[in-house]
Design a protein around this ligand. Structure first.
Ligand code: NAD
Length: 293
């Protein structure tokens, strides 16, 4: 079956990026969120990111308009998924919300649709189990910012069929992405390493080992990371990091994955990173200013 229509659930940081790359690859996209303001913001972001490509001469004005024209925002889940060949879910990393969303999708999406979650850590098998077609359920884990990052981790749940994996490999290739296939485990491959590493950097900040700026500089120049761990934490979203850390502790039954108290405090304050204008850096000025802890 050829995939032509894609529903993207959630128009946040990841959802708008996923909608962008799918539309640019020629798919018809319906992007669903729960409030019009989130859809409007996502459409603005997609256009701005495409126009950046236009300025650099990477795409034409016509391609910008065609791409934007292939993304339709909607508040209705029914409208989003009723004709979809592939549903990609990018709602917040909260187990109950994901399960509720997938139960609803299962009632409304066509039987042939492939169901893919962009979860950073949550069990694919658990989400698949609330649908009638667990063999069509798969993890499709993109990286932030989606239009730039090359990797898609494909995650096989207990019942995921080889046909479903093949279909996602083909879509990913059409999106210009490289793939790795991983078996289900909390955090899959990348976040299994990344989240403990970022948390360790936050523990070090909490203990006064270095300033935010110096910790980022140390890891950037010492390990050749493209950005430091605290800049990356702000990029990912501190709320998402906290959800993943708590999920790891619960799933692995191992406190070595625990979140630093500082991370929890910042999430409680609403300082969840770039998307909130404040995290380990303040983004209200011309350039990000590191906070002091
Ligand atoms: N941020 C990252 O770097 C990153 C990377 C890979 C995967 N992910 C995963 O992607 C998912 C989304 O993360 P994000 O960073 O885009 O979060 P985000 O907070 O930027 O966006 C989530 C969006 O989902 C919307 N939403 C909430 N409930 C919804 C519902 N029932 N239906 C549709 N939309 C709903 C919210 O209004 C919001 O716009 C999470 O599972 C996260 O773990 C995040």
């Amino acid at each position: 079956m050829e995939i032509k229509k894609i529903a993207v659930l959630g128009a946040g940081q990841m959802g708008n990026g996923i909608a962008h790359v799918c539309a640019q690859a020629g798919y018809q996209v319906k992007m669903r969120d729960i409030e019009q303001k989130f859809i409007d913001k996502a459409m603005d972001t997609i256009r701005k990111n495409l126009e950046r490509g236009l300025k650099k001469g990477k795409i034409t004005e016509e391609e910008v308009e065609e791409t934007v024209g292939r993304v339709e925002g909607t508040l209705s889940l029914d409208d989003a998924v009723k004709d979809a060949d592939l549903v990609i879910e990018a709602v917040p990393e909260i187990v109950d919300l994901k399960l509720k969303t997938w139960k609803e999708v299962d009632e409304k999406a066509p039987e042939h649709a492939i169901l893919a979650s962009n979860t950073s850590s949550i069990s694919i098998t658990q989400m698949a189990s609330v649908t009638k077609t667990p063999e069509r359920f798969v993890g499709m884990h993109f990286f932030n910012p989606v239009p730039v990052m090359k990797l898609v981790e494909i995650i096989k749940g207990a019942a995921t069929s080889d046909e479903t994996v093949d279909a996602i490999e083909q879509v990913s290739e059409k999106l210009g992405k490289e793939t790795v296939l991983v078996n289900e485990a909390p955090g899959f491959a990348v976040n299994r390493l990344l989240v403990p590493a970022i948390n360790e950097a936050i523990f070090a900040i909490q203990e006064g080992v270095a300033t935010v700026e110096d910790m980022d500089k140390a890891i950037k120049l010492g390990l050749n990371w493209p950005m430091g761990p605290l800049t990356l934490a702000d990029f990912v979203g501190l709320d998402t990091l906290l959800y993943i850390s708590d999920y790891f502790v619960e799933e692995f039954k191992d406190s070595k994955y625990r979140a630093p108290a500082l991370l929890r405090k910042m999430v409680r304050a609403g300082w969840v990173g770039r998307k909130a204008g404040k995290g380990f850096y303040d983004y209200s000025g011309e350039k990000p200013e590191p906070l002091t802890f």
